[in-house]
Each structure stands twice: as structure tokens, then as C-alpha cells.
Design a binder for this molecule. Structure first.
Ligand code: NAG
Length: 154
């Protein structure tokens, strides 16, 4: 009986953690703590070219970063296609907030930073459906962050 109750309680506690999120970490690279965006449901994201892509991405790291250069690759039918990211959106430092105040880089160790993404999606990008899109952050040549989402772009 106790065992059953304990299991039931555990199942309730774990349920949110095991429910699907639209984003996944990349193997061996730090991922975000959390992503908040109205463009995604539990499984995938839906965005429209010419309209803004908005997301609040919570990042924390024991390391201090000087730059967070953004690369964005869509695997269209499995073929990697680099999606250009225009300045100032090509460096996550330019939209990095701590406690609601712009902070930028260098980052603070072990402190949650919010990367507030708000950029128009260029009309010249290719449209795609249910495609894996990988975002990476690079600091002085070292890959320091990565996340993958499943997205449809129309
Ligand atoms: C991101 O956070 C800011 C500040 O809290 C808020 O105004 C904005 O609506 C959030 N955006 C998203 C996409 O959650």
C-alpha cells in the first residue's frame, strides 16, 4: 500500500518533467534551462516568414561567456541548410537579460540569463514542415550551447 502511494506521488511529481517539450538538448552540449514562446506547443513550433520569431530562452552556465554567436541550421529533408541570422541577432549577448534588466556579456556564472529573442523571420528563408532546426551558441570558437526544435515555417 505504502509502495503504491509512494509510486503514485512520484508519478504525479514526475509527470510534468516527462511530458513532451518541443525542444531537446543536443548530445554533449549544454542546453537551455527553459524556453518560453507562444509559437510552440508541446511538440513543435509554427512560424511565419515576415513575422517576428519571439522566445525567452533561459540560459545558465558555470562558465563566463564573452560572446554567444548564433548559428541556426534547418535539416530540410535531412540536408543541413544554414538560416542566416542578421546582426544584432547574431550574438545572443545583445539580447541577454538578468532579473529583467539588460546585462549582455560577459555572462555571470551560474546565474539564469534570459535571452529575449524577437526578430523578424526573413521572407527569403525556405519554407519547411516538421523540420529539425538546431540553434547553436559559440563563444570564441567553442560550442557552448545547443538546442533542437521541430518546426514548421510557412
Ligand atoms: C519575455 O519576457 C518579457 C519580460 O518578462 C515579457 O515581457 C515577454 O512577454 C516574454 N516573451 C515571451 C515570448 O515569453
Amino acid at each position: 500500500m505504502y509502495k503504491f502511494v509512494a509510486f503514485a506521488v512520484l508519478a504525479v511529481i514526475l509527470a510534468p518533467a516527462v511530458s513532451a517539450t518541443f525542444w531537446r538538448n543536443c548530445l554533449g552540449v549544454r542546453g537551455p534551462d527553459h524556453i518560453e514562446t507562444p509559437l510552440c506547443d508541446a511538440e513543435r513550433c509554427f512560424a511565419v516568414r515576415g513575422q517576428p520569431f519571439i522566445a525567452n530562452v533561459t540560459l545558465s552556465s558555470p562558465d563566463v561567456h564573452q560572446e554567444l554567436l548564433v548559428e541556426n541550421i534547418a535539416f530540410i529533408f535531412g540536408i543541413p541548410v544554414q538560416l542566416p541570422v542578421e546582426p544584432p541577432h547574431d550574438n545572443g549577448c545583445n539580447q541577454l537579460y538578468v532579473n529583467g534588466v539588460f546585462h549582455g556579456c560577459p555572462t555571470l556564472p551560474d546565474v539564469p540569463h534570459i535571452w529575449m529573442i524577437n526578430q523578424d523571420i526573413p521572407g527569403f528563408l525556405p519554407a519547411f514542415q516538421n523540420t529539425v532546426v538546431r540553434y547553436t551558441l559559440t563563444d570564441r570558437g567553442t560550442l557552448v550551447g545547443c538546442v533542437e526544435i521541430t518546426a514548421t515555417l510557412v
